[in-house]
Write a protein that binds this ligand. Sequence first.
Ligand SMILES: Cc1cc2nc3c(=O)[nH]c(=O)nc-3n(C[C@H](O)[C@H](O)[C@H](O)COP(=O)(O)O)c2cc1C
Length: 185
Amino acid sequence: MSTTRNVAVIVGSPRKESLNRKVAQALIGIAPTNLKLTIIDIADLPHFSQDWEADPPQNVIDFRARIKPADAVLFVTPEYNRSVPGVLKNAIDIASRPYGEGVWLGKPGAIISASPGPTGGFGAAHHLRQVAAAVGLAILPQPEVYLGGVDKLIDDAGKLDERSEKFLGKFLAAFAQWIDRNAQT
Ligand SMILES: Cc1cc2nc3c(=O)[nH]c(=O)nc-3n(C[C@H](O)[C@H](O)[C@H](O)COP(=O)(O)O)c2cc1C
């Protein structure tokens, strides 16, 4: 039996009825027993400012403190105008500072993008890969996950269809192996 890994799940949408949040919640239900997935909220974080980066508001301190001990990070995000939603980029920036004290550095990570549209948030996922590299996250190369037509893949009760559940189950198994290979502890 392998070590249990704590995965911080960051949802890129602040929307109450977010499809991406529903996907993240469904993943919690199908994750292998050695992956403990916890959604970390980012919606209430302030806009990042270098004015307070060394002496930040309490919710920023709390956010950094929740990411720091995580063994890995999983992003589940929509695409806004072919890129990452500002709220997600803001959260990444917040936890990347002060310079040299970023809490993302060296952690294994993975990206899922999802959209009701046909391209499944491909543009957001690839911009996010670029940002993740800048903050030192080691992002799982394969399988890539772009969930197009996601509104049809998940029902009102938050259950994924069988095909998606199978595919995302394989993704989570690959992610668990990736975490074991790249874990810091
Ligand atoms: C500002 C904005 C920009 C958007 N741009 C895109 C886009 O570039 N590509 C896309 O597939 N969907 C785009 N959408 C539609 C979102 O994919 C859709 O609203 C989705 O449900 C948002 O994710 P959520 O349900 O997790 O909140 C955009 C939505 C908003 C609000």
